[in-house]
Ligand binder design. Structure first.
Ligand SMILES: *Cc1c(COP(=O)(O)O)cnc(C)c1O
Length: 447
């Protein structure tokens, strides 16, 4: 295998964005690829690594998206490439359910070590986040012998039928795709910025409302699982206000309900901890992971208390590709990199740089209503008026577009489409991080 020369960690714009070669590919794509599959930015990738995405026209864009919080170690991390390449040459697949292999077991061991709590843990591996969430529900139902599943306002859990039901937002995730799976109940979450009586009251009040609704409308004894993202991702990078998660977690424990932390976006050093729920000392019964776990290779997991994980009968869990050996090798390379480079510390540093710069921008630009998030999972919520907090999705789209034109990949999110989110690779260089923030600041001036 001939190694590629290192990808220069410098922004470079040779053509307008998207360039002519990207436009050609986009025309072919529009003719051949289903319209339901969108792209944030129709710039076709040639290479990516560190904090840079190089396109087919030779432009180099700064990456504040990490392929949606996936390439935390970069898109071509040395340890991921080395381990996955060696595994590719050895064997690509046997199916763990036919003849198993060590990599799968090693990933399960690593998950037991890294996830919160010192109880006995087991894992099952899958291909996508949605599949992990579906399996967490299967496992919780098998363990509790109950059916109801409780989820939260602004929650996102995937695009399969069950996970669409678990997801809050209609457009684009659910619209026209029903009917959805039954026995799913949605309750309030402590969205501090938009809580009617203020952020300070949001934690206890939202927890009381959620618990009251579960008790009165569902019946705690009928609930198999409560599933929550410790930092809500697609819903707008909402950190549930202080006290909310511990209260809900305690309610689950008191009522024999399996508490599932969906850490698919927030996990694996993204928020400056291995898992975001550690910030409030939460020990979930089950934890779902994907995205950042394997340096870009498709892998997902459910990890949790051994007695819960073992509740499903033999043969009840699995899948042809679940825990593919190349993806497992990628995960081991990714975890190796996270430890070696102390990417939790790096995420915390990114937070301090970003929040300082964004706070300075908020003093100048009234459209910034809120700055929030943890580690390298940071967002700004944009509003038409700071008093009414009316969402400003148009400004959000315009700002994202202005950043894209200047060669900075940023993403939007939020129930109201008014959140600009920043998810740089944790290995991004200091210069690129600051240059990306300069571009955001310029975008405010120009929009
Ligand atoms: C992305 C995401 C999922 C779905 O993962 P896929 O790999 O896209 O199926 C589920 N939960 C959360 C919190 C996510 O961010």
């Amino acid at each position: 295998m001939t190694a590629l020369p290192p990808l220069p960690q410098e922004r470079r714009l040779l053509t307008p964005i998207p360039g002519p070669k990207s436009q050609e590919l986009q025309a072919r794509r529009l003719a051949a690829v289903a319209g339901g599959v969108g792209s944030v930015l129709p710039v076709f990738t040639a290479r990516a690594g560190g904090g840079i995405i190089e396109d087919v026209d030779g432009n180099r864009l700064i990456d504040f998206g990490s392929g949606i919080a996936v390439t935390s170690v970069g898109a071509s991390a040395e340890a991921v490439v080395r381990r996955a390449s060696a595994q590719l040459a050895a064997f690509t697949h046997t199916c763990f359910m036919v003849t198993p292999y060590e990599g799968y077991v090693e990933v399960a061991e690593a998950l037991a070590e890294l996830t919160p709590g010192d109880h006995a843990k087991k894992s099952a591996l899958f291909n996508s986040g949605a599949e992990a969430v579906e399996n967490a529900v299967k496992i919780a139902r098998a363990y509790t012998k109950q059916q109801a599943v409780v989820v939260f306002d602004h929650g996102y859990h995937g695009r399969t039928n069950l996970t669409m039901a678990l997801t809050a937002k209609n457009m684009p995730y659910k619209h026209g795709f029903g009917p959805f799976a039954p026995e799913v109940y949605r309750v309030p979450v402590a969205y501090g910025y938009r809580w009617p009586t203020g952020a300070d009251n949001a934690g206890p009040e939202a927890a009381a409302q959620a618990i009251d609704q579960i008790s009165k409308q569902v019946g705690a004894e009928n609930v198999a699982a409560i599933i929550i993202e410790p930092v809500l991702g697609e819903g707008g990078f909402i950190e549930p206000a202080k006290g909310f998660l511990p209260a809900v977690r305690q309610f689950a424990a008191d009522n024999g309900i399996v508490f599932v932390a969906d850490e698919i976006q927030s996990g694996f050093c993204r928020t400056g901890q291995w898992f975001a729920c550690e910030d409030e000392g939460i020990v979930p019964d089950l934890i779902t992971t994907a995205k950042g776990i394997a340096g870009g290779l498709p892998l997902a997991a459910v990890t949790g208390r051994a007695e819960i994980m073992d509740a499903a009968h033999a043969g009840g869990l699995g899948g042809t590709y679940g825990g593919n050996p190349v993806a497992c090798a990628g995960a081991l390379g990714s975890i190796e990199t996270m430890k070696e480079l102390d990417l939790n510390a790096r995420a915390k540093h990114i937070e301090s740089v970003m929040k300082a710069r964004l706070s300075a921008m908020a003093e100048k630009y009234e459209v910034i209503g809120d700055i929030r998030g943890r580690g390298a999972m940071i967002a700004i919520e944009l509003v038409k008026d700071r008093t009414t907090k009316e969402p400003h999705p148009e400004a959000t789209a315009a700002l994202a577009k202005a950043c894209h034109q200047e060669g900075l990949v940023v993403l939007t999110c939020g129930t109201y489409g008014n959140v600009l989110r920043f998810l740089p690779p944790l290995v991004i260089g200091e210069d690129l991080l600051n240059e990306g923030l300069d571009i955001i600041e310029q975008a405010f001036t120009s929009v």
